[in-house]
Ligand binder design. Structure first.
Ligand SMILES: NC(=O)c1ccc[n+]([C@@H]2O[C@H](COP(=O)([O-])OP(=O)(O)OC[C@H]3O[C@@H](n4cnc5c(N)ncnc54)[C@H](O)[C@@H]3O)[C@@H](O)[C@H]2O)c1
Length: 277
């Protein structure tokens, strides 16, 4: 009998990450759950183990390259390698673009973008050396495909994750590596992302003055969402099996992407009308 496959999930202590960990457990996989929040991690570990799956829990701040390297080392030394990697941990700050501070940018880009970069840097060379089929899912957002007011820092980080993932897929195809890539782009889902401040490093001052009003809007959107974290996790697992790149669980995201693309092409045609005739 072959050894069970192994899935690593960052941000596994809550929300979409916890749902991904449980979805992998129900696929019969060993789960390596990582999060900055050690208590939340213990709860996820108990939930995964209650399904009968094995779970290694490791505290890891994804914005710290050495932490992510240790996560990869542990995954290889204790589980023998990794088949699926979910670079999922993320945080949000809200507020008008001009209110975002250096600390806001550093924190959100450090977790949302550099967390994904660190995951790829530590895991891809090991996956390539192992030579077996593998898959990486980077969690972006609908905010990585379109934009929304009050979310400049978050949108910039998530657009960067989409661009990085597209380049990663091209680079892996270029070298013929058997490693698939997907980018997960959900719209609002009820999780604890609206309480991201709980994970803000104590050394960084609190968020700007306009955050509260935008926060209300996000909470209302989450409450109205008819898609759950479990639905998102299922869509991600289905996409891995189908080897689909873009995972877009909410139907309404299609309209936002189309509107943005039409606006870009409208302005493009306006400038290039004569040269196109
Ligand atoms: N909930 C939504 O509406 C939504 C929509 C689109 C995308 N997303 C993305 O989904 C991902 C998961 O978020 P969620 O909604 O489940 O939120 P959540 O707050 O419920 O879970 C995020 C998890 O990430 C962990 N985390 C935070 N900083 C970390 C760090 N530096 N290192 C390691 N772990 C860290 C938190 O402790 C938490 O357990 C994020 O990337 C988020 O941007 C969420």
């Amino acid at each position: 009998m072959s050894a069970p496959k192994v899935a690593v999930v960052t941000g596994a202590g809550s929300g979409i990450g916890r749902a991904l960990a449980l979805a992998c457990a129900s696929e019969g996989m060993v789960v390596v759950a990582a999060d900055i929040d050690a208590e939340a991690l213990v709860a996820t570990q108990a939930l995964v183990e209650a399904t009968g799956a094995a779970c290694l829990a490791q505290r890891c701040d994804v914005s710290n390259a050495a932490d992510v390297e240790r996560l990869a080392e542990a995954s290889w030394s204790q589980c023998g390698g990794v088949d699926w990697l979910f670079n999922n941990a993320g945080v949000a700050v809200l507020g008008a673009a001009w209110d975002a501070t250096d600390d806001d940018w550093q924190w959100v880009l450090g977790v949302n973008l550099m967390g994904v970069v660190h995951g790829v840097r530590s895991f891809v060379p090991r996956m390539r050396a192992r030579g077996m089929a593998a898959h990486i899912v980077n969690t972006s957002s609908a905010a990585g495909l379109a934009t929304i007011g009050g979310s400049s820092v978050y949108c910039a980080s998530k657009h960067a994750v989409v661009a990085f993932s597209e380049c990663l897929a091209k680079d892996l195809a270029q070298v013929g590596a058997p490693i698939g890539v997907s980018v997960l782009c959900p719209s609002l889902v009820a999780t604890r992302i609206d309480q991201s401040q709980r994970n803000r490093p104590a050394a960084l001052p609190a968020a700007g003055p306009t955050a509260a009003a935008y926060g209300e809007r996000v909470r209302a959107g989450m409450a109205a969402s008819d898609i759950s974290a479990e639905d998102v996790a299922r869509a991600a697992v289905d996409a891995i099996h189908a080897r689909r790149f873009y995972i877009i669980p909410h139907a309404h995201t299609g309209a936002s992407v189309r509107d943005r693309s039409q606006k870009i092409m409208g302005d493009f045609h306006h400038i290039h009308q004569e040269s196109l005739q």
